[in-house]
Design a protein around this ligand. Sequence first.
Ligand code: 5GP
Length: 439
Amino acid sequence: MLLHHSLKKVFALVSTTTASSKGSLSNWVSTTTASITTSSSSSSSSALYSTASSSSSSSESDTGAGILGKLAPSAKNLLFDVPVSNNGGRARIILYKKEIPESECTIVTPMDVGGLRSEAYRAINPQGKMPALHSHTTGLSLAESDTICRYLLSEYSALAPSFQPDNPVSNEIARFHDLYLTTIQTCLYKPGPPFGSMGSRKEALQEYSKQLYLIANLMVDDDDEGPYMCGKEVSLADATVFPSIVFASYMFPKFEDFQEKENSQSQQRQPPIPKKLEEWYQRMIDTDSAFQKVYNEIMGGLSEWNEKGRWDSIWLAGVRDTEPGTLFDKIIAKEIPASIVKEDDKILAFQDINPAAPAHVLVIPKDRAGLTRLRQATPEHYEILGRLLVAAGEIAKDEALGFGEDARIVINDGASAGQEIFHLHVHVMGGRQFSWPPG
Ligand code: 5GP
């Protein structure tokens, strides 16, 4: 209650921020205050708001601690974040929805202390990632979104809503999100792997979608029970998942071909974002101003990424395999017979129809993924190239196939090097003496 009263007092002091003229980041910081301030203008509070941006021009000789101390010194807490960040988005939803005034928590950016790699920022978040929170009053520094959110919820527990309704599924959804979505979300926008534990972008996108379905199944069933994920009250689940759905709903359409073609034939192709989640997401944008505000912040950043052609060179978004198919596609589809010696979800190995040695097996990727020839390989292909070579090595020692102690393993890269079929393949040959140089 004490806190509640003191916050009420603070509300009375805080004014609507005047727009800053110090660049877009400062403008964003200023804009964010507009919806969390509640009373009319007062000169003292305007001074408060100008501190975050003015301190960013600190002299280079400032130490990390010095810069930090000057950054919005009147605020109790600093939240380091940027508008496009979906991780920090959940903390911003909490700030906006609880109407926590800027004097309690001011949003700044890592650039205000020299960037993610600066000494000052690393002192706050040793991971060098966003978001981070620093308390001017206690000196506490916190990294990691969920931890920061729980700190804010506990620190401002007197301000409604609690975000922690009496439904443990809220925590389950938030944890599922962080364990299974956050860890692979880079597949939506990063130029290359790794995508968490997923070997390829396609797999990561499929896994992302699968996890969205699992989360949708945890939500309350009926719209009448909502409007939020866990019922009538907003919860940490809503704040955690919403920013990621802004990303997913914007980016999945760019990857419309990511699902396996075979799947689309054998079963009904389901949308990457489940309808239930899509409806909840739209409802949040339409009916809740805090969610709408974070939606606008993230979308502003994503539109900028789009204008800069961020996805143009990303596999399955801008870049696709448009070369004509080969007879290997027919062998993969079992439309042309072949003597298959090894097969899994990614690779196929079969006897060469015109063997150049007593033992001669071809190992190919089932999904060519642009690999008409080896020189098309990019970091997107790390996983499949490893799978092909491991399979080739296993085949090369298979005595039942006629292989002996040694083998010749060849990839022809281009017509003048002997390549006839433009679908990457590894020749594994054995059972005889090989000479060098090859012809
Ligand atoms: P490249 O010359 O492109 O490096 O290798 C293509 C290989 O595919 C050749 O060794 C050729 O004998 C083999 N090949 C071509 N057509 C067929 C086919 O219909 N079935 C099988 N099993 N191998 C084929």
